[in-house]
Design a protein around this ligand. Structure first.
Ligand code: SF4
Length: 331
């Protein structure tokens, strides 16, 4: 049951963030009343819920009394919340085990100090490692990442990808940066300080994180904003696609095929539905029809090993670039 507490607990505003735009939940004077109203709406749609999740703010920096009120409201459901790395303290970690917290999603976004600073994130890469190590065993740790952030280079993405193995998150979400209205990033966009990356570059960067995410004892459970974001009139710029994850996986699979079986590289828009259209090619490679996740583990491991000596090659290979460009034009 996703409950949005927009900007609650945030000590400052990250330059790209507008939680009101993403969640559709407006600012609430009475946060408890807002949470209760959201819970009532969800409960009217289903009787069984496995977990209650607080998104859209910095749960770990809410006043202690408010956190406890929210734990009470969620009972008996296990709780998942998103928070920023610097909010994880030994006290908060103890509170997790005492209050039925099942999952903590850390808004890491990047493991480049420079990119974090430029985007208004108030923690260091070291704080991220410490946060991951403080979360008690038995509580799932998720890592939220972004690509195409202000000031980000391919080298920064390579740095983030390389750092994932040490964090060992249970799962990962990857979000391409969008320019949302009423953000500092929108101002940068308007005055020319920020130009959003083209689709092909976003896909290449997201794919590189995906390859490392899948091979770092974790699963990548989401790439891109949920499809509802399409309805938002709050997007001022940046590339967005409702099937961003499918495009990234298609790019990864095609790169792997190119390296391993040297197929004729022809652009095939139907690769978008890769699970069905690549079935025959997988069969020839002795890969049985398997859930997408099962297929992607060996593929990403192979690509990671292939490019490990030269990560920059992933971004400069003409085949990858051309194919990413073609994918980026799919509607
Ligand atoms: S990105 Fe997270 S920490 Fe930054 S302003 Fe938005 S909700 Fe708060």
């Amino acid at each position: 049951m996703p409950i949005f507490i927009p900007f609650m607990g945030c000590k400052s505003r990250c330059i790209y963030c507008n939680q009101y735009a993403i969640s559709g939940v407006t600012s609430a004077n009475d946060i408890i009343a807002s949470v209760q109203a959201q819970m009532a709406r969800w409960r009217a749609t289903a009787t069984r819920w496995d977990e209650l999740a607080f998104y859209g703010g910095t749960f770990g920096q809410l006043p202690v009394a408010l956190r406890h009120k929210l734990y009470e409201l969620a009972m008996p459901l296990p709780i998942r919340y998103s928070t920023c790395p610097e909010s994880i303290t030994p006290e908060l970690a103890a509170e997790m085990t005492q209050n039925n917290v099942s999952t903590v999603e850390l808004g890491v976004q990047s493991l480049s100090e420079r990119v974090l600073r430029l985007n208004g994130r108030n923690y260091s890469v070291n704080d991220v490692s410490q946060a991951f190590s403080l979360i008690p065993a038995g509580i799932k740790k998720a890592c939220q990442l972004m690509v195409g952030m202000y000031g980000e280079s391919q080298a920064d993405v390579a740095l983030t990808a390389a750092g994932l193995a040490a964090l060992k998150p249970d799962y990962i979400r990857i979000y391409p940066t969008l320019i949302l209205k009423n953000t500092e990033l929108e101002a940068y966009f308007k005055d020319g300080r920020f130009a959003p990356l083209p689709a092909s570059e976003i896909l290449l960067r997201a794919a590189w994180l995906y390859i490392h995410g899948e091979t770092s004892s974790s699963r990548v459970i989401r790439i891109g904003l949920p499809p509802e974001a399409d309805d938002s009139e709050m997007i001022a710029g940046g590339w967005w696609h409702p099937a961003c994850g499918e495009l990234v996986r298609t790019l990864v699979i095609e790169s792997w095929l190119r390296i391993n079986v040297k197929p004729e590289i022809d652009f095939h828009p139907l690769l978008y539905g890769y699970k069905a259209t690549l079935k025959e090619r997988f069969a020839k490679l002795s890969l049985r029809e398997a859930p997408a996740h099962g297929i992607m583990k060996p593929i990403t491991a192979n690509l990671r090993a292939h490019y490990s000596a030269e990560p920059a090659k992933w971004f400069s290979e003409q085949g990858n670039i051309a194919f990413a460009k073609q994918l980026g034009t799919l509607q």
